[in-house]
Design a protein around this ligand. Sequence first.
Ligand SMILES: Nc1ncnc2c1ncn2[C@@H]1O[C@H](COP(=O)(O)OP(=O)(O)OP(=O)(O)O)[C@@H](O)[C@H]1O
Length: 283
Amino acid sequence: MSHTYQVGTPLEEVAVKEVSFEIKNQSFTAIVGHTGSGKSTLLQHLNGLLKPTSGYLTINGHKITPETKNKELGDLRQEVGFVFQFPEAQLFEETVLKDIAFAPKNFGKSEAEALEIAREKAKLVKLPEAVLERSPFELSGGQMRRVAIAGILAMSPKILVLDEPTAGLDPVGRFEMMELFKQLHQKEGLTIILVTHQMNDVANYADHVLVMEEGQLIADTTSKELFSDPSWLKAHHLSLPQTTDFAYQLQQRGISFETLPLTEHELARFLAPKLNQRGKIDG
Ligand SMILES: Nc1ncnc2c1ncn2[C@@H]1O[C@H](COP(=O)(O)OP(=O)(O)OP(=O)(O)O)[C@@H](O)[C@H]1O
């Protein structure tokens, strides 16, 4: 599929060029690439916010073509939860619980049912009980974002699409947010599709990676494969996760790795026996 903005005007811009890929059910996919490479444009096709200007996509059995009408996309929009950048900007209700209950209520649930769903989803995103009756605007940035995410989960989506969901959070908030997505993926069985600039998050959480460059898909791979080739990443001005970079630097100083580690845990597992051995020899 391709997407061109403002076709036929002087501002015409091909944002996504003939990309073709498959995302498996219940996978955790990261989409990476520089600013302007087409990630957000691609993402907005996944629940029909944008339609391809040529080609098609099939999501959960729903085919979207340039001719697809918005009214045909109701089911898809319920099945694909879309978390925009800074989703807390869309909070508006008087209380946290009412905000989370908004969508189910709008989609025909009774007030009591919607509030019940809201309680369940608030728990799922680990909002403390004490905040549920408070105004969402009195919460911390991280908590507000959790309210917004709970509001999307209240539609019981099968696929969660996240556009830089940790932007603007502090390191602890970022970690907790990523752990939440990991839990939603592993325990709730959600398919996660995440746009991120954080290679550490790609290494720690994603199994599948799509790399965009100037509107084209230049890699469709696993995180292990992607980070095993530092020279390819360098050629495309992409960085390595911190741990992989550290291991790569060790490798350049003569310590050989079968495959470069992606996580601190993998690096520690590799280094510990070597350092223990050194200790024994030195001692
Ligand atoms: N509504 C729009 N109208 C016209 N051009 C647009 C529009 N939205 C995006 N573009 C252009 O499409 C291209 C891809 O933008 P897109 O936002 O998809 O990239 P991105 O990889 O998500 O960038 P970022 O990492 O900064 O969010 C850019 O050249 C951008 O200027």
